[in-house]
Design a protein around this ligand. Structure first.
Ligand code: PLP
Ligand code: COI
Length: 432
């Protein structure tokens, strides 16, 4: 999978001379495993091809060669550097995953976490290789959709650590979802522990830094015993699996076009504020319809008055006013997005922006300068146009790239997630 152009680039690169090995020792301590080596290599390959700061990266490749020897990862000692690169390239693809070209899909990984609730208590939980679930034909989840889930991501940071972004908030939200659906909350500390165990057990599936991919983590829980009268189950299963993913919307950071939906996502006093499978089941017809019409997502309005902006099927909205303020819709029937709450903090504390969380009337949407969707899967996806029954709202930021303020927020948020920018206390759970 190594193309000729890349090889000739390496040969050219390494045939230049005049290197300073001062960075070698600095990086050496970061190497603990083959996965680290690969991830660090990937990072520098990324910079190498984008920055062309040759001397610096030359040092790094010297470091890689030496690290190869020091860690005795392979028996190869003094191979030419470009040969080493080929070997590393091969290892990069060791999982047969082309990290840079992943979409948002399911790839089965090695282990997942399972814990069962029975007789009023959760058992100790285990990691298992069994990716299937066997339950009664009459299980509560199958009959009355008693199921909830969460979503978060693990990242390889710039200095080679593996971190998960704010899993404590997912733990708390999942407990809220559980209570709303009359399920026993999985203890929040055990939730975080289950995330750590699952990522640790699938560490080779955490995409390398700079690859554009991340490890998506999906905790979920469902009623597992037979239920035929409408009532909560008495037995539940909690599971966590993970899968490497790329961008949620095709095209990555390119602006998308969405439509105002004629369907409602959530009722006032309903379940819009929790992460229940039922909210997504009832959005399927709307999303299929939107896709058929050529739109990437739906903008849902409030069900009671259809005058206020709620959210999309899988992300909250952010808007930027013409004078650079961040505005986000406030509603009791949208999911309290962890990404959105983090963006509000980042906008205020890191970028000095004014932040308003308030009701947003659909009528005022045309006056915003920038619009975006935010969520774990969506990260921040810019919206270029909103189609309201044939009438287009085109944001001044356009269809070519993210608007400037959205971009600043995006760079800061992802900078924090990937360890390029110092994170607020407690935001990154370090796995390794
Ligand atoms: N809104 C909905 C309906 C979602 O499904 C998600 C995804 O989790 C979000 C918003 C974004 O939430 P978060 O940022 O916590 O992932
Ligand atoms: C997430 O962002 O984690 C979600 O659950 C959204 C879903 C539509 C993939």
């Amino acid at each position: 999978t190594v193309d000729a152009e890349r090889i000739s680039f390496y040969i050219q690169f390494f045939s230049a001379d005049g290197c300073d090995l001062s960075l070698f020792y600095h990086f050496l301590h970061l190497i603990h495993s083959q996965a680290d080596l690969i991830s660090i290599y990937y990072k520098f390959y990324h910079y190498l091809t984008s920055n062309a700061n040759y001397l610096f990266y030359k040092n790094v490749f010297f470091y890689l060669t030496s690290a190869y020897e020091v860690t005795k990862i392979d028996s190869i000692k003094k191979c030419q550097l470009w040969q080493l690169i080929l070997i590393l390239e091969e290892k990069l693809m060791a999982k047969d995953i082309d990290w840079s070209n992943l979409g948002f899909g399911y790839i089965q990984t090695e282990k997942r976490y399972v814990s069962n609730f029975k007789d009023g208590a959760w058992d100790d939980g285990v990691l298992t290789e069994d990716a299937t679930v066997t339950i009664s034909e009459c299980a509560g989840v199958l009959q009355y959709a008693q199921t909830i889930f969460e979503g978060m991501k693990a990242y390889t940071t710039e200095d080679g650590k593996i971190v998960v972004f704010r899993p404590d908030l997912n733990a708390a939200r999942m407990a809220d979802s559980a209570r709303r659906l009359e399920m026993p909350p999985f203890p929040e500390d055990r939730f975080v522990d289950a995330i750590v165990k699952t990522v640790e057990a699938n560490i080779d599936y955490v995409p390398p830094y700079g690859s554009g991919a991340t490890l998506y983590i999906r905790p979920y829980m469902f009623g597992s015993n037979p239920v035929i009268g409408v009532k909560p189950a008495s037995e539940y299963q909690f599971r966590v699996f993970c899968t490497p993913v790329g961008p949620y919307f095709k095209g990555g950071a390119k602006p998308i076009v969405i439509k105002v939906s004629d369907f409602d996502r959530a009722a006032p006093h309903g379940t819009g504020h929790i992460k229940a499978g039922l909210n997504y089941a009832m959005s399927l017809h709307a999303i299929v319809t939107a896709h058929e019409e050529g739109f990437a997502e739906n903008m849902y309005l409030d069900a009671a008055t259809r005058t206020k902006v709620e959210e999309t099927g899988g992300a909250n909205f952010i808007f930027i006013t013409k004078d650079g303020k961040l505005v986000t819709p406030k509603s009791n029937s949208i999911l309290p997005s962890i990404t959105r709450r983090s963006i509000e903090y980042v906008a205020k504390e890191y970028l000095g922006l004014e932040v308003e969380e308030r009701e947003v009337f659909f009528d005022e949407v045309k006056d915003f300068a920038e619009c975006g969707l935010c969520g774990t899967a969506a990260v921040i996806s810019p919206v270029g146009k909103i189609n309201d029954h044939g009438k287009e709202i085109c944001f001044p930021a356009g269809m070519e790239e993210m608007g400037p303020v959205t971009k600043k927020i995006y760079d800061t948020l992802t900078g924090i997630q990937m360890g390029r920018i110092e994170a607020p206390e407690g935001w990154l759970k370090v796995i390794k």
